[in-house]
Design a protein around this ligand. Structure first.
Ligand SMILES: [Zn+2]
Length: 82
């Protein structure tokens, strides 16, 4: 197994976790947008410099990229029931 195989295996595990959580009604924040002076996406509106907003359902605002990355692993958010 070479490095790229190991990286792909890690990504597969992470993707499986995201999908498993999502099926159970939880958001692991796999995608987000960051603050921009002039927002491009509606999800960027209202963000302050450095902040990041999840765009995959929960819309949680994180203080910065590091907080968002930590939350991906440690802090899934319950999605509203539809
Ligand atoms: Zn989220």
């Amino acid at each position: 197994m070479n490095d790229s195989d190991i990286q792909q295996a890690d990504l597969d595990v992470a993707g499986d976790r995201i999908h498993r959580l999502r099926r159970s009604g939880w958001c692991a924040h796999p995608r987000a947008v960051s603050y921009l002076d002039v927002p491009v996406y509606v999800e960027q509106q209202g963000l302050r410099p450095g902040q990041v907003r999840c765009t995959t359902g929960c819309r949680t605002v994180f203080a910065d990229d590091a907080a968002w990355i930590r939350a991906q692993n440690d802090d899934p958010v319950r999605l509203p029931s539809s």
